[in-house]
Design a protein around this ligand. Structure first.
Ligand code: FAD
Length: 463
């Protein structure tokens, strides 16, 4: 049970206006928004360091109409962004959130950059999955840790306490209102913090094998490459208080985690013309549906899997630090011809040669692509070839508690659960009803930081 009644015998130690549970990108953004309104806030993090999944991500946040986008001369609008996201996700149970997060996305990025000194640049090299214009904003390094480090610096400047190693184990309630949290851990004696509002920013449940088996059995056996803290307890607290789950069978996968290195093999390679093949030398589908959606296609092949590209494409992707590191440690080797490549990876040469011939013919517009791919960018592929062994992974879950447009947890009768907010991976995502196909790049951080800022503003304004 994750709920403690206020009548239970617990010592009340601290009183603040707002408690934030979880120090990932969403929780830190929520705390900054509360502090901006001159309200007291504390962030509790169960692990020994802040950052969560946000620190492992590429830090890409989509925004339509940001200052950086306008300065780059890119014409965009919230309506276009929402239409793009819904075209990718299909209809789902949180479409009003898609609109709300698109409409407030420019404010979010401008606020992070101009008010809180978070260093983001507009990505103009690629648009990535689900976006019809360049609207992803990311640290220059494309490393989420730079984003969360900047957020931590901003929190310090705003005098926000972020307590690591302090797991929230229960919510404290009085009547039907959430009035605080109970904290207890290996190195922390049980204590209570009372607050007017609690913002659950503890991410989803991908690190819990029990909850994955219960809610996402179809990908239960795919390896999770995110942070260990995403164990789903916050979703269960919300349900106990009358909340309900929406878009619960959706997730973000990634079809190309470099193996055995464990880093993200940049999808820029695919967008610039790479294909994915299996051990028999065959492709499994149209790769341009995106890195998340392609997980299901990949699983129809015979493992191990490979991304096949060429030295020109490798050189373009080298601008990205994580990819450059992968090249450095031997995760993207060059081969003079397909025979040498097949010999190294034990791939069937005859079949792979046919696959590349057919794909190159499609790229030259000699014949249609067998999987109806129409975007070939720098293809046809040519020697010297480059190949990386990859494995599919789950990055985070997309289902969560149904919330209103400011992140308040709501019941099926659409009444808010008093004092309780959910954001990021705890809240219903905007990536479709089920599966991995509906995920557009940046949906995760948009739900975390975008809804975090809105919840922080709402919680502090309600006081
Ligand atoms: C490899 C990878 C790449 C990704 N790339 C991108 C990208 O470029 N763009 C994008 O939009 N999304 C990306 N994502 C998804 C994105 O990282 C997540 O959607 C996002 O970070 C969620 O933010 P959050 O604040 O909700 O959760 P997190 O950043 O995970 O933070 C939640 C925090 O809560 C803590 N916590 C959990 N339970 C408790 C508790 N009981 N008490 C106290 N603390 C608790 C956790 O330890 C954690 O630190 C990526 C994910 C991965 C794994």
């Amino acid at each position: 049970m994750g709920i403690t009644s206020a009548e239970d015998k617990v010592d009340v130690d601290v009183d603040v206006d707002v408690v934030v549970v979880g120090a990932g990108g969403g929780g830190l953004a929520a705390a900054l928004a509360v502090a901006d309104n001159d309200r007291s806030v504390i962030v509790l993090e169960k692990l020994d360091r802040p950052g969560g999944n946000s620190a492992l991500s590429t830090g890409s946040i989509p925004a339509a109409g940001s200052r950086l986008q306008i300065e780059a001369g890119i014409v965009d609008s919230a309506a276009r962004m929402a239409a793009d996201l819904i075209a990718q996700s299909g209809p789902h149970e949180a479409e009003s959130l898609t609109h709300r997060l698109s409409e407030t996305s420019a404010e979010l990025v401008d606020w992070l950059v101009d008010q809180h000194g978070v260093q983001l640049a507009l990505i103009t090299d690629y648009k990535h999955v689900g976006h019809s214009v360049n609207r992803l904003h990311a640290p220059l390094s494309r490393r989420g840790i730079d984003l969360t480090d900047d957020l931590m610096r901003a929190c310090k400047k705003s005098k926000i306490d972020v307590l690591t190693g302090n797991p929230v184990v229960e919510l404290l309630i009085e009547g039907d209102k959430v009035i605080g949290v109970v904290v207890e851990g290996d190195r922390v004696e049980r204590y209570v913090i009372r607050a007017n509002a609690v913002i659950l920013a503890a991410n989803g449940f991908a690190a819990s094998s029990d909850l994955m088996a219960k809610w996402l059995p179809e990908i239960e056996l795919i390896e999770y490459f995110g942070a260990h803290g995403s164990t789903g307890e916050a979703l269960e607290w919300g349900i106990e208080l009358g909340g309900y789950l929406a878009n619960q069978h959706a997730y973000q996968g990634y079809a190309a985690v470099a193996y055995p290195h464990g880093s993200i093999l940049s999808w820029t390679t695919v967008e610039k013309g790479a294909i994915l093949v299996d051990q028999t030398g065959k492709r499994m589908g149209n790769e341009t549906i995106g890195y998340s959606g392609f997980v299901a296609d990949l699983l129809t092949g015979t493992p191990p899997y490979f991304v096949l590209y060429d030295s020109r494409i490798r050189d373009v992707a080298m601008k990205e630090e994580e990819f450059a590191d992968l090249v450095q440690i031997g995760g993207a080797r060059e081969y003079q011809d397909l025979a040498q490549l097949c010999d190294h990876f034990a791939i069937e040469l005859q079949e792979l040669s046919l696959t590349v011939d057919h794909y190159n013919a499609a790229a030259r517009q000699v014949s249609p692509d067998v999987f109806n791919r129409t975007d070939f960018s720098m293809a046809p592929l040519e020697a010297p070839f480059v190949a990386s062994r990859v494995t599919p992974g789950v990055f985070h879950t997309q289902g969560g508690l149904a919330v209103d447009l400011d992140g308040r947890v709501i019941t099926r009768q659409t009444n808010p659960v008093p004092g309780l907010y959910a954001i990021g991976g705890v809240a219903a995502g905007i990536s479709g009803l089920r599966g991995g196909r509906g995920y557009s790049s940046g949906n995760g951080l948009l739900s975390a930081l975008g809804l975090g800022r809105l919840a922080g503003l709402a919680a502090s304004q309600e006081l």
